[in-house]
Design a protein around this ligand. Structure first.
Ligand SMILES: Cc1cc2nc3c(=O)[nH]c(=O)nc-3n(C[C@H](O)[C@H](O)[C@H](O)COP(=O)(O)OP(=O)(O)OC[C@H]3O[C@@H](n4cnc5c(N)ncnc54)[C@H](O)[C@@H]3O)c2cc1C
Length: 471
């Protein structure tokens, strides 16, 4: 470590001795761009954009995080944080201190209290696995590889969300290192403002080292996918829109138009094909009604039907999101009620004639998502009916073509847009100007005021930034 500090002129303008002291204080690695292991340490699941920090700290626990934040504070550096690296939340995260939490892997399930305490580096698959023997499930999302802390504090829209609400609605406690370097263990009673802001404002107020979350008494789902050829898309999407509007809260679902690449890892029925994929996650004390609820969609004769009773631990197979690292660009908006005109507007711009390959997904909201959390938080736009998310893999499309193609799609669906967005699906590059749109104007103002109280210098700015209110 010390030799690279002397070699690296950028770092040398900081106090080399101080960096050396940091290296001794932190149990994990402290690296600069010239150190071996620097690229591996900052690598994440999303490879299109990555942090390129001046100082990279591989934190092993809260004390390492505190050391890194204090170092940044002393040297006027911004702080960024990365768990699994699924979604770099800044346009270009150059410079500053990056704290990699992937070594912070503690999970404690309390089956009697139906809670889990989860450290910052843990992804959902661990919690799902540890909770399952007690017949419990966390409010995890489509991809079990996504990080628990970032997903939850960004809102967290999961397989059980119409039944139980956002993951952020079920947080009991948060351990966070704030800009002053203090480790605070906060709850709704100890620090009501900060507790409100972190659940929905995510990375703007500190580095979260662990959270305590509720677990739900769910062992089994009636779930899976119904796959239709793109030729049936008008029928399937129109039916889905009418069908979903009538569903009970126990039914969480989404529909996606997917252009699958022609690659051998895919099974032949999907390879190189444009399909409509309805994703079903029905969770109720008695799953018996699931079959009848899904019947109107089955009547459209899918070419592949994987909907069955399955352990919650196999919930990742419902969406089958790619688990391997890759480059992607995405765009998102929240929608109101949909009708046949909305479906037509979408279908005009997706499928075989779309300018870039993509996954265009509509997630059904409402149910418990429409109600305020028992302990209010900053997650906004609870009145939205659907979330539209569009993802294009950059291995299959030129980045210069993706933005305009997504824009055309979003222009077409604009009449149905609420104008709001969900923080958890905001994209680093495309959505920096859109952070405000994740909140109501009043909540955004409150967030900027809480930011001014806890991070007046905007140390945590390499993210979907909420600037401190001007005093
Ligand atoms: C394939 C895929 C599927 C997804 N499915 C869903 C879904 O079903 N539902 C849903 O709601 N979202 C979903 N998302 C969005 C996902 O929840 C967010 O992208 C989330 O931020 C990813 O967190 P991470 O830790 O995995 O990624 P990271 O890139 O490590 O973190 C993302 C950002 O979160 C912040 N952050 C990370 N760790 C901390 C911390 N300890 N303290 C403070 N801030 C921190 C940082 O600013 C960081 O840039 C999905 C994303 C992908 C790529």
């Amino acid at each position: 470590m010390s030799s690279s500090v002397e070699k690296n002129s950028q770092v040398a303008r900081f106090d080399a001795e101080a960096i050396e002291v940091l290296g001794k204080r932190v149990l994990g690695p402290v690296l600069t761009a010239e150190d071996e292991g620097y690229d591996a340490e900052r690598a994440g699941n999303q490879i299109a954009r990555q942090h390129r920090p001046e100082i990279l700290v591989g934190a092993t626990g809260p004390a390492d995080v505190q050391a890194a934040v204090e170092f940044a504070g002393r040297h006027g550096l911004p702080v960024a944080v990365q768990g699994t690296g699924h979604a770099l939340a800044a346009v270009a995260a150059e410079g500053g201190v990056l704290i990699n939490t992937s070594r912070m892997t503690g999970v404690r399930v309390d089956a009697a209290a139906r809670t889990a305490w989860v450290a910052a580096g843990v992804s959902w698959d661990r919690v799902i696995h540890e909770a399952a023997p007690a017949g419990l499930a966390p409010l995890s999302g489509s991809a079990p590889g996504v990080g628990v802390v970032s997903y939850t504090l960004g809102g967290g829209l999961g397989l059980l969300s119409r039944r139980y609400g956002y993951a952020a609605d079920h947080v009991r406690g948060i351990d966070v290192v704030t800009a002053d370097g203090r480790l605070r263990q906060i709850t709704k009673s100890s620090d009501p403002d900060l507790f409100w802001a972190l659940r929905g404002g995510r990375d703007n107020f500190g580095v979260v080292t662990g959270i305590e979350i509720d677990l739900m008494p769910v062992a089994t789902l009636y779930g899976g996918g119904l796959f239709f050829d793109f030729a049936s898309a008008p029928d399937v999407l129109n039916t889905y829109v009418r069908w979903s509007a009538d569903m009970p809260e126990e039914m969480t679902s989404s529909v996606a138009v997917i252009s699958f690449p022609d690659v051998p890892v895919l099974p032949p029925p999907l390879r190189g094909r444009h399909v409509v994929h309805v994703r079903i996650a029905y969770s109720a004390d008695d799953l018996g009604a699931g079959k009848e609820l899904v019947a109107p969609l089955r009547a459209l004769t899918p070419f592949n039907d994987t909907v069955r009773e399955l352990p919650y631990a196999e919930g990742g197979t419902i969406h089958n999101d790619p688990a391997v690292a890759g480059s992607f660009e995405s765009s998102t908006t929240l929608l109101g009620e949909l009708d046949a005109d909305a479906v037509r507007a979408l279908l005009d711009r997706v499928g075989p004639h779309a300018p870039v390959p993509h996954v265009v997904e509509l997630r059904h909201l409402g149910g418990a998502l429409a109600r305020p959390a028992a302990v209010p938080n900053a997650v906004g736009h609870r009145g939205a009916h659907y979330l539209l998310n569009v993802v294009s893999r950059l291995e299959r499309a030129d980045i210069a073509d993706v933005g305009p193609a997504h824009d055309r799609l979003f222009d077409a669906i604009e009449p149905w847009s609420t104008g709001g967005r969900a923080l958890t699906f905001l994209n680093g590059a495309r959505d920096t100007g859109h952070v405000r749109s994740a909140y109501s104007p009043e909540d955004y103002r409150r967030l900027t005021e809480i930011k001014a109280a806890y991070d007046p210098e905007n140390v945590f700015r390499l993210n979907h930034n909420i600037p401190p209110a001007q005093r």
